[in-house]
Design a protein around this ligand. Structure first.
Ligand code: MN
Length: 495
């Protein structure tokens, strides 16, 4: 990030490009206020301190984010690092900006030190999110800029900050659906946390991509022509490289066989509306043969974090596998910005009306739980930060579970009664055992025995979700020493 070219004038120009009615005086005032407050401070790199809040504000302006958040970002380090107080910010900038700056100040300069700190950091972040999720948007921008200037820090500190970004910030950004920021946090941290793997994966990707530009351009040209022939106007079409860290994780799952990864480059097509998305899919399939099992309709069945798109991999020119992603502009913005899309301005300069998405409600639920029972945080953290899968009920409802969840987790997720009485399961119409690890897209049909007394303590050995564990423990815990004394044991075979 070339700070040298970043100025308050430049920032205002970007904001003006998407919000003509923004209060530019306040933006300028915030900059002057922060500049004055930090005037004797420098960054580790030797640059004036103000370059940091300014760069963080630039990151958000480049995402067309609400100017209120940008003002707060300019001020974000003032209360903690200077003699200016939060009260002064309230007097000068009003309650809303004060609240945002207070939120990020409370998060503090988090330090990554072992598991306890990790939990403590998470707790603070969940609370901040519960109070105002905009604070996390600011925090991500702050962290992204810090990661781009890590070279100025001693190696040990560099590693700690990068590790924390990878293990805490990126998964939260992911849960908030903020793909763009998640990707940046991961790739910026990756090379400091796993330098060897970073080099290896980068080399692998570069080799795979070498000389492919012409090929992809050719495929894109054919696509454009075909869509044009069918009168489908394209808003945009471009090749997108897979991010390095996400490629690394995928390689781990595929025994490092790069040949089995089809989306190192994906061609993303943006069209006007949903009907045209499906029409585009049909046209692609009439030109090139789709690969079986690689067509995914995330429009009809969005991912739990709200992601919508059609994906398909086809044997394109010369029989080479190419992935396409087809979506509308709104879906694209949701995918890139996630929850931040609510504070993002579209090309006409309008802010999106707030729309309740399922996972936003779910997030609120998780947060409430966490605030109520902080002692269970370790458990919650595992549920929340694990990679999620989504599976389907026989009726087609999408259920969001952590990776490696089992049919028993699924059953308790639906209802405690279903969990308590479940005796078997059909996954994709086949009978399987209750400890089977579920996979994305599985259709799960729980078989119930109405006469069953309750869950088996054995299930604790394989369930993954907090909900399932809690129900099973509550049910199977010996009620009292009297019960133990009379040797009242669970039914045979359940121990
Ligand atoms: Mn900062």
């Amino acid at each position: 990030m070339p700070h040298r070219n970043q100025t308050i004038g430049g920032l205002i120009k970007i904001v003006e490009s998407y919000d003509k009615k923004a209060d530019f005086d306040i933006i300028r005032l915030a900059y002057d206020f922060a500049n004055e407050a930090h005037k004797d401070q420098t960054r580790r790199s030797g640059e004036p301190y103000i370059t940091h809040p300014l760069a963080a504000a630039y990151i958000l302006a480049n995402m067309s984010i609400d100017p209120v958040i940008i003002v707060a970002t300019l001020l974000h380090d003032v209360p903690e690092d200077t003699s200016r107080t939060l009260e002064e910010i309230k007097e000068n900038f009003g309650t809303e900006i004060y609240t945002l700056v207070k939120g990020i100040t409370k998060l503090g300069k988090l330090k990554y030190r072992g598991v306890e700190r990790y939990i403590e950091n998470l707790r603070k972040m969940f609370i901040a999110m519960a109070e105002d999720v905009r604070v996390m948007i600011m925090k991500f921008a702050d962290r992204i800029h810090n990661l781009t200037t890590l070279d100025a820090l001693p190696p040990q500190k560099r590693y700690r900050i990068a590790l924390e970004s990878l293990e805490i910030y990126a998964p939260i950004a992911n849960r908030l659906g903020m793909d763009e920021m998640k990707g940046q946090l991961e790739d910026l941290s990756f090379k400091f946390v796993y330098p060897k793997e970073y080099e290896r994966v980068k080399k692998m990707r570069d080799e795979k991509l070498q000389g492919k530009e012409k090929y992809f351009k050719h495929v894109i040209d054919i696509t454009k022509k075909e869509l044009d022939n069918s009168n489908i106007s394209i808003i945009s079409i471009q090749g997108r490289n897979k991010k390095l860290y996400s490629l690394y994780k995928k390689l781990l799952n595929k025994n490092n066989e790069v040949a089995r990864i089809y989306d190192i480059i994906a061609i993303r097509i943006i069209v006007d509306n949903i009907a045209k998305c499906y029409a585009t899919l049909g046209i692609l399939h009439s030109v090139w043969k789709p690969i079986k099992g690689r067509i995914k309709d995330y429009i009809a069945q969005p991912k739990p974090n709200g992601y919508q798109s059609l994906h398909t991999t086809v044997f394109a020119e010369g029989g080479e596998a190419v992935e396409f992603q087809i979506r509308t502009l709104e879906m694209d913005e949701d995918a890139e910005y996630g929850i931040a899309a609510h504070w993002h301005y579209d090309e006409q300069g309008n802010k999106r009306p707030t729309k309740e998405i399922k996972w936003v409600q779910e997030l609120a639920k998780i947060q409430k739980d966490i605030l109520n029972k902080l002692s269970d945080l370790e458990e919650m953290k595992i549920d929340f930060l694990q990679t999620r899968i989504f599976v389907l009920t026989p009726k087609g409802d999408v259920i969001d579970l952590p990776e490696k969840a089992t049919p028993v987790d699924f059953a308790f997720h639906i209802h405690s009664d279903i969990g308590n009485k479940c005796t078997g399961v059909r996954v994709n119409e086949k009978m399987v055992s209750l400890d089977t690890e579920l996979r994305n897209g599985d259709i799960v049909d729980i078989i119930i025995d109405k006469n069953r007394k309750g869950p088996s303590a054995d299930w604790l050995k394989f369930v993954k979700t907090h909900t399932a564990k809690e129900h099973i423990i509550n049910y199977t815990r010996p009620k009292s020493t009297i019960a133990k004394f009379f040797n009242i044991l669970p039914r045979k075979g359940e121990k």
